[in-house]
Design a protein around this ligand. Structure first.
Ligand code: ADP
Ligand code: 5GP
Length: 194
C-alpha cells in the first residue's frame, strides 16, 4: 500500500499529515527532493532533500525519480531510493505530491495506491489559511489560489475525498479509510485461513 495525499496549497495537508502520522505508526512520510530554498524550521533530509538545479538535473539523468514535476516555479520529485527504503523497512509510504505527480503514481502503481484528495471547506477559507500561514506575499497567494482552481479539476482521479473542515474529524475519516483499506482482500498475500 502507498498512501497518496494531494490538495491545494493551504488546504492543510502538512497539518493533516502530522495529525495522521501521530495516530498511524505504520506510515512513513516520503521525503521528496526539491530545488526550492529551505524555509526556517525545515530540516534537510527530514522535510525535503534540498538540492540545487544541477543536482536535480543529475538525478533526472540517472532516472532516480518515480515522478517529478514543476510546482510553483520549482522542481519536486519522489525518488525510487526513498520509496524502496520505506517498503523494505515494512513501512507504508505516505506521499504528499501535487496533481501531476499524483496522477503519475496512480497510473504507475494502480491498486497499490490509496489516493486521497484533501479539500479546504471553501475558497474563502483557503484564502484565509494561506494568509494565516504568513509565508507568502500577496502575489504568491493570488498565484496559489489560481493554481488551486486548476488542481481541484483533477480530484475525480482520486478514490477518496476528504474536506479538511474540523482537523480531528478529517483525520478520523482518514484513519477509517486506512483501516478499511488494510482489510481489503487484495491487501493479503494469501487468505488468513488456509
Ligand atoms: P498545506 O500543507 O496544504 O499547504 P498547511 O498545513 O500549511 O497547508 O495549512 C495552512 C494553514 O491552515 C496553516 O496556518 C494551518 O495551521 C491551517 N489549518 C490547517 N488545517 C486546518 C483546519 N482543519 N482548520 C483550521 N486551520 C487549519
Ligand atoms: P511546498 O513547497 O509548500 O512544501 O510544496 C509545494 C507543493 O509541492 C505541494 O503541493 C506538494 O504537494 C508538492 N510536492 C511536494 N513534493 C513533491 C514531489 O515529490 N512531487 C510532486 N509532483 N509534487 C510535490
Amino acid at each position: 500500500m502507498i498512501v497518496l495525499i494531494t490538495g491545494p496549497s493551504g488546504a492543510g495537508k502538512s497539518t493533516f499529515i502530522a495529525g495522521l502520522m501521530a495516530r498511524r505508526p505504520e506510515l512513513e512520510f516520503s521525503v521528496s527532493t526539491t530545488t526550492r530554498p529551505i524555509r526556517p524550521g525545515e530540516m534537510d533530509g527530514r522535510d525535503y532533500d534540498f538540492v540545487d538545479d544541477a543536482g536535480f538535473d543529475r538525478l533526472v539523468a540517472a532516472d532516480a525519480f518515480v515522478e517529478w514535476a514543476h510546482v510553483h516555479g520549482r522542481r519536486y520529485g519522489t525518488t525510487r531510493r526513498r520509496l524502496d527504503e520505506m517498503t523494505r523497512a515494512g513501512k507504508v509510504p505516505l506521499l504528499d505530491v501535487d496533481v501531476q505527480g499524483g496522477v503519475s503514481v496512480i497510473q504507475q502503481f494502480g491498486d497499490a495506491i490509496v489516493s486521497v484528495f484533501l479539500f479546504p471547506p471553501s475558497w474563502e477559507e483557503l484564502e484565509r489559511r494561506l494568509r494565516s500561514r504568513g509565508t507568502d506575499t500577496e502575489e504568491a497567494i493570488a498565484g496559489r489560489l489560481k493554481t488551486a482552481r486548476a488542481e481541484v479539476a483533477f480530484a475525480p482521479r482520486y478514490t477518496y475525498w476528504i474536506v479538511n473542515d474540523d482537523l480531528e474529524q478529517a483525520v478520523d475519516r482518514m484513519t477509517a479509510i486506512l483501516t478499511a483499506e488494510a482489510c481489503r482482500s487484495r491487501s493479503f498475500p494469501a487468505p488468513p485461513l488456509e
